[in-house]
Design a protein around this ligand. Sequence first.
Ligand SMILES: C[S@@+](CC[C@H](N)C(=O)[O-])C[C@H]1O[C@@H](n2cnc3c(N)ncnc32)[C@H](O)[C@@H]1O
Length: 401
Amino acid sequence: VPVPWESARAELRGLLTDADRLVRAVAAGRRRGSQPRWVRATLRPVSLKAGTRLQLTTDDGTRPTTRNLAWGGEVESTVDELLAQPFGNWHIDTRDGIVQVRVTKRGEAQIHRESTGSGLPTGVPAARAHDEVPAHILDPGDPLFDVIGGTAAKRRQVDAFLRSLAATLELDGHQAAGSTPSGSETALPSPLRVVDMGCGNAYLTFAAYRFLSTLSTVEVELTGVDMRDDQRRRNTELAHSLGWQDRVRFTAATIARAPLDDPHVVLALHACDTATDEALARAVQAGARWIVAAPCCHHDVARQLRANRPPAAYEILTRHGILRERFADVLTDALRAALLRLHGYRVDVVEFIDSRHTPRNVMLRARRTHAPASPAAREEYDHLVAAWGIRPYLATLLDRR
Ligand SMILES: C[S@@+](CC[C@H](N)C(=O)[O-])C[C@H]1O[C@@H](n2cnc3c(N)ncnc32)[C@H](O)[C@@H]1O
């Protein structure tokens, strides 16, 4: 239900000036008949030598400008200036969740609140260092890394993935690995069975085991699945070197056919093309409670878009090859999210890491709720695939049109 802009403004002001809870905020778009001074404004806490500041980046459409604001009067007056601009939308990530505000044509505010848990376990500060290396979820000095190796870039990617995993499992009450366990009870089952689909050299697999097994009361069993037997052999040797061979195992098989032991959590980081669909389908079929998947390349829907004529009003979207490919990416992941919802999952689609670290930075995070799909959701999905004349591979695997 829309509320007067003034009451939304007061709530936004509180969130944007909260040094302890704000993670990131973006203002963009414009209200009917008006034009904000900037196309986009982004706010996020940063740690500088001088202390924590709120970094404001404004973009007037030609180039971005950045300023670091001191908490207190400077932040408050700048936030007031921003809130006075006629932006159409605000998106705010906080430690507790997401608040989105859209200003309607009538000038009222439509507020959407989502409690996600930010994925920042207790003790991990919201503010990031100025060079944008996020606070680590696993200590970079962990001896694990001496054994499994990996580049700094991979470490950063896996760290970001684990942060999202923590949010999905709602682990905010727990301590990050390496710090003292909080002792609080966990709602996670024990043993917690986790499978990493398309695990490759198992960097994520080992890091996820380390992270999850450090939680206070949880026994973790992790299985890495990859079709390459050389990876299975190598990864199994590493598990032995770490003394984890009883709890971290590897299977050489396709994701579609790998034997699974009723996993609670299914992970997939950059499983190629339709391997992500195989991972999602196996998760749904096994009734996994949580799914965290960052897809890789998307060829399946792109191929179908090339072969089909788009709906009349939308030809412009697929006329240029590069735009068609990008549109296919969006369509693929939107349909994956829709199919998961139709199968009783609550789904978030997020960027789990900045795009400069990997262009494949979209992530589907799903929690099983058993909520029956509404007829409207079914209709929405059916209309979309019918209009574009496509059948996503995930639908084939889940035996849906
Ligand atoms: C891009 S790598 C990602 C590896 C790892 N998850 C990571 O992020 O470092 C994709 C991996 O998926 C495996 N793979 C691709 N398709 C597969 C399938 N259908 N079944 C099992 N493994 C598959 C490949 O062998 C490869 O190791």
